[in-house]
Ligand binder design. Structure first.
Ligand code: ZN
Ligand code: ZN
Length: 349
């Protein structure tokens, strides 16, 4: 391997193994590709799931990270949309078939042949995909996005997964001025959901398991804060919400409370990635109140571009703390320990 075709990144060689800074192969540089120097990478819950093999099937060695921001250092022959020196980002998806009905209609995030994920997947050429806890990234231009002038790279990084994962479903399901949105859990996704819902002009109710995040929720713009264990407080929410976005799903989830909090025709959006089956959904409540329980998956390239502009226009910015790239292991452990308020971003000098 010549160093021109490799990168260095924090890689994990197996479950419970430490992250090690090591050299790994980049994909072959093709005409539609560009290469970037990574400046920042947000830490997403999915990174931990992959590193710790919590969803099963992690293909070690893995180098995670799919909230990548950087600067273009090299462009392929067919790349006219970007120039060397452009600030760009990459999210959780780095490729798709490019050929199915979804791909042809700005829905690449649900490509029917499956999405190529930014780490733990394979490029069409067969090379494994590796994420952004790294010095370089190389890949197809279709899933690379210019970062607008109004956003710095460190601010932009976490928009590429947490940002779009919450922006898209709210947009897709018509959240607007006059909507009443419930946000379940204040974390990486939840804090973005509050910010977006407010930016769309909605009234926002936050559901949290304890009082701990009441003040944060208020500062993020929430109008109402409900401790979900408080049965009386939950009862008071009946018929108050047009939408609920769920960003954390655990065993014992009380579907009845939440589905009654929705008005008839309300939409319950599952934005978490539950590893448990959605059990105990009361069918009669769904049917007689015409409630929709829907899934949502990141967002298309078109949506990501639109989201970045919307963030600039409305001033939506994540709450984050930076860690130097050298301290990736420490940052990952802090995420396992539930420390982020509400995102950690690795920075490379
Ligand atoms: Zn993610
Ligand atoms: Zn496709």
């Amino acid at each position: 391997m010549s160093s021109e075709n490799t990168f260095h990144g924090w890689a994990c060689s197996g479950k419970d193994q430490p992250l090690e800074w090591r050299e790994l192969p980049l994909k072959k540089f093709e005409d539609d590709d560009l290469e970037i120097r990574v400046t920042h990478c947000g830490i997403c819950g999915s990174d931990i799931y992959a590193l710790d093999n919590l969803w099963g099937g992690t293909d070690y060695p893995c180098c995670v990270g799919h909230e990548i921001a950087g600067v273009v250092t090299k462009i392929g022959y067919n790349v006219t949309e970007f120039s060397v020196g452009d600030r760009v980002g990459i999210g959780a998806q780095c490729d798709s078939c490019g050929d199915c009905d979804e791909c042809n209609n700005d829905k690449e995030n649900i490509c029917r042949k499956g999405v190529t994920t930014t780490f733990g997947s394979h490029w069409k050429c067969g090379t494994k995909t590796y994420g952004g806890y790294a010095d370089k990234w190389r890949g197809n231009k279709r899933f690379v996005f210019k970062i607008p002038d109004g956003l710095s790279n460190e601010e932009a990084a976490s928009f590429f997964c947490a940002g779009v994962t919450t922006y898209w479903p709210l947009k897709n399901h018509g959240v607007t001025k006059g909507s009443h949105v419930g946000v379940i859990a204040v974390g990486g996704l939840g804090h973005f959901a509050i910010l977006w819902a407010k930016a769309f002009g909605a009234h926002v109710t936050v559901f949290s398991s304890s009082e701990r995040k009441r003040e944060d929720a208020k500062q993020l713009g929430a109008d109402n804060f409900v401790v979900s264990k408080d049965k009386e407080a939950m009862k008071a929410q009946v018929n108050t919400l047009s939408h609920i976005i769920c960003t954390s799903y655990n065993e014992g989830f009380d579907w009845i409370d939440y589905l009654y909090a929705l008005v008839p025709n309300g939409v319950f959006i599952m934005a978490a990635v539950p590893d448990l089956p959605l059990s105990n959904i009361p069918g009669r409540v769904l049917v007689f109140r015409q409630i929709s329980v829907v899934g949502t998956a990141i967002g298309s390239p078109k949506t990501i571009r639109e989201m970045l502009e919307f963030a600039v226009a409305t001033g939506v910015r994540p709450w984050y703390k930076k860690y130097p790239m050298e301290k990736a292991s420490e940052a990952v452990q802090a995420v396992r320990d539930g420390k982020p308020r509400y995102r950690f971003v690795l920075e490379q000098n």
